[in-house]
Write a protein that binds this ligand. Structure first.
Ligand SMILES: Cc1ncc(COP(=O)(O)O)c(C=O)c1O
Length: 368
């Protein structure tokens, strides 16, 4: 028994933390396998938008050859920022690396949002924005996208109040796969709020807001090595922003937030970009093949995607049954059952045999 049990008192936790809803991350392969009663190597895991090809082969070699894991990494991220600067063609002073881009979302919110402030999020979108805003005690103003999942600019503008601090934009958006048109980004930047442009899937589409940084000090662009470079397990993302903001972020982040293994892996990945970008091309080609196959299944409506996943809707009322049927076959996709995404599933783009298995199972399960 821990010694604090029994009659000893605990201070009461902050109310907004008590009210927090858990962010449901992706379960490990073994847990999925046990749930389906199938061995882990036969599981098809397409619910996390991960990279099916894994890291560059240079990563394992670099991790094995590195000898200084006994030392803490550089809190100022000097060599890491220099390497990233070469890759992004942006001054190192304007770059901050994070323990995944998730950490940068959290840090930005902690810099700008307190209890009573609000954050504007066009929904449906990535869940971390509201989760991290909730940790700061911020209110999330969800502005529904239109029936083509485009941002409703007018509704976004009218959502802005004196309490609004941050707007999150995601391009391509998770889970809808579409990009934010530049005119919308500019209009939202003109509000003067902090605009965080999350480009986690940039490499699959090539569309970026980085050139806008020159004219808008209130813009932050986020990227990650989780998707295109296959480093999700090592947790490394980055933000590009104005120098003063980057400097503050560097000084308020946990000193050793990016571990040395992640830095070694990132550096090795950037020495092998042609291999990694060929894989990105293969994923994009597979996405288009999967799209064609999904569109042929009666009752399924698949949404065009510029990322490494596809969102599709199922015939009304069949979502749960089909999702359960997929799970029992060892196929794990992301199921949505929200008012905006009722009977929707998102599938990451995997290897060709995985696409074929998903399409075969859906063909069997969907009652058109
Ligand atoms: C839009 C978006 N941003 C950020 C992330 C998280 O990236 P990271 O692994 O760098 O934390 C994801 C992951 O799914 C995502 O979809």
């Amino acid at each position: 028994m821990p010694e604090y049990s029994g009659k000893k008192k605990m201070p009461s936790m902050l109310p907004h933390i008590q009210a927090l809803e858990t962010y449901e991350g992706v379960d490990p392969m073994e847990v999925m396998a046990e749930r389906a009663g199938i061995s882990p190597e036969n599981i098809i895991r397409l619910n996390g938008n991960e990279n099916p090809y894994g890291p560059s082969p240079k990563v394992a070699a670099a991790l094995g050859n590195y000898e200084n894991y006994n030392y803490y990494p550089d809190p100022g991220q000097r060599s890491l920022r220099r390497v990233l600067s070469g890759y992004l063609n942006v001054e190192p002073e304007r770059i901050v690396a994070g323990n995944g881009s998730d950490e940068l979302i959290d840090l930005l919110l902690r810099m700008y949002v307190g209890v009573g402030d609000n954050v504007i999020v066009p929904t449906p979108t990535f869940g971390m924005y509201s989760f991290s805003a909730g940790i700061c005690g911020g209110e999330v103003i969800s502005v529904e996208r239109d029936d083509r999942f485009e941002i409703d600019l007018e509704a976004m503008m009218s959502a802005v109040t004196a309490k609004s601090k941050v707007i999150f934009l995601t391009s391509p958006n998770n889970p809808t796969g579409n990009i934010v048109p530049e005119a919308q980004t500019r209009a939202l930047l003109d509000t003067g709020l902090l605009v965080v442009m999350d480009e986690a899937y940039f490499e699959f589409c090539g569309d970026t807001a980085i050139p806008l940084l020159a004219g808008y000090p209130n813009l932050v662009v986020l990227r990650t090595f989780s998707k295109w470079a296959g480093l999700a397990g090592l947790r490394i993302g980055l933000g590009v922003m104005q120098e003063e903001l980057a400097q503050t972020m560097i000084s308020m982040k946990p000193p050793y937030n990016v571990n040395t293994a992640a830095e070694v892996a990132l550096t090795a990945s950037l020495e092998d970009t042609s291999v990694l970008l060929d894989r990105v091309k293969a994923i994009v080609a597979e996405r288009e093949r999967m799209m064609g196959l999904l569109q042929k299944i009666p009752g399924i409506k698949a949404w065009p995607s510029q990322a490494n996943f596809i969102l599709f809707s199922l015939p009304e009322g069949q979502g749960q049954r089909i999702f359960d049927g997929l799970c029992s076959r060892g196929i794990f996709l992301r199921y949505f059952d929200t008012p905006q995404l009722k009977d929707y599933i998102r599938s990451s783009v995997g290897l060709p045999h995985e696409t074929d298995a998903v399409v075969a199972a859906l063909t069997e399960l969907v009652e058109g």
